[in-house]
Design a protein around this ligand. Structure first.
Ligand SMILES: NC(=O)c1ccc[n+]([C@@H]2O[C@H](COP(=O)([O-])OP(=O)(O)OC[C@H]3O[C@@H](n4cnc5c(N)ncnc54)[C@H](O)[C@@H]3O)[C@@H](O)[C@H]2O)c1
Length: 275
């Protein structure tokens, strides 16, 4: 798809590219093709396991390790990114999620509370921490665009999404609240994008993910939104073309969120209608 150099001259930070399936990986490739310069970051453990250095080479940039739950790491990240990129940051992508309760197969009604705290800290409170660290470092440019990726389990129950549903509800609320304050003080906009189920390391960790992926695809009039199309949307949201959108949770889901049921699902559950 022609990216029209929509991000020419913009500087960014992209969190969460682990491997080529990661949504953040797609965003980095599209942002680079759109003319942006940015640093890549991920947790130190992910730098050892993942393929992020390959992506950095392709995007002619550097990787800065940062645990998104550490204020110290985030402060170094914002300071160093400004040095590397030569100025304040115009866009940030938070593409971070992890639930130990999901990983360990704990049922929602019997979750481990230490895991719960850890999951909320990594998946949601990190968004607050990132914004706070950016403000402390005076790192965000006027009119900067900040995005985090969410999921519709923040609004409706998807039983196997477990405590990640609570994390996403908190993440979206942080986006709204911080969006108000930074909109007033610095003209900065903050939004969350609620993405379709997508085959990635984090996505596939959810029990029954493949079945659910097919179900969502059959419900959505346009089918599931791919990581590639999500990346296109992120580029648009980082660009000046969307400069008056803030404090929103925007569904990027092929129409899933506004569809009650589809003919395909009705037929597969009930058999074809006789009238
Ligand atoms: N895959 C889906 O179905 C789907 C759907 C909607 C929303 N999302 C959201 O998209 C985002 C990206 O996930 P993905 O599907 O691309 O999977 P992914 O596994 O590729 O990305 C998750 C990233 O979080 C990083 N991370 C974990 N702990 C961290 C920490 N302490 N500090 C910094 N980074 C840390 C991981 O290293 C990884 O890069 C997540 O917020 C996820 O919830 C995913």
């Amino acid at each position: 798809m022609n990216t029209h150099q929509l991000l020419k001259g913009k500087r960014g930070i992209i969190f969460g590219a682990l491997d080529p399936d990661s949504i953040a990986w797609h965003v980095a490739e599209k942002a680079f093709a759109s003319g942006a310069r940015f640093t890549l970051t991920n947790a130190p453990v992910a730098l050892r396991m993942g393929k992020i250095q390959e992506l950095a080479q392709k995007c002619e940039t550097e990787v800065i390790g940062a645990d998104a739950t550490s204020m110290e790491d985030l402060s170094v990240l914002f300071t160093r990114s400004q040095e590397i990129l030569g100025g304040q940051i115009d866009f940030v992508l938070h593409s971070i999620g992890m639930s130990l309760n999901v990983r360990k197969g704990k049922h929602y009604t019997e979750i481990d509370y230490d895991y719960y705290h850890k999951g909320l800290d990594i998946s949601a409170i990190s968004f607050h921490r990132i914004l706070r660290a950016a403000m402390d470092c005076h790192a965000l440019a006027k009119g900067a665009s900040v995005l985090a990726l969410s999921y519709i389990a923040a609004q409706r129950v998807f039983p196997d999404y477990n405590d990640m549903a609570d994390a996403k509800a908190l993440l979206e609320s942080i986006g709204r609240s911080f969006g108000y304050h930074l909109g007033k003080s610095h003209g900065i906009r903050i939004n969350t994008i609620s993405q379709s189920p997508t085959f990635t390391t984090a996505g596939s960790g959810v029990k029954g993910f493949d079945q659910f992926f097919r179900y969502a695809d059959l419900i959505s009039p346009l089918g599931n939104a791919s990581a590639d199309s999500c990346a296109d949307f992120c580029v648009a949201m980082f660009s000046d073309l969307t400069r008056m959108i803030t404090m929103q949770n925007i569904f990027h889901d092929g129409g899933f969120s506004n569809t009650g049921v589809s003919t395909e699902i009705m037929n597969s559950v009930m058999g074809p209608s006789e009238v």
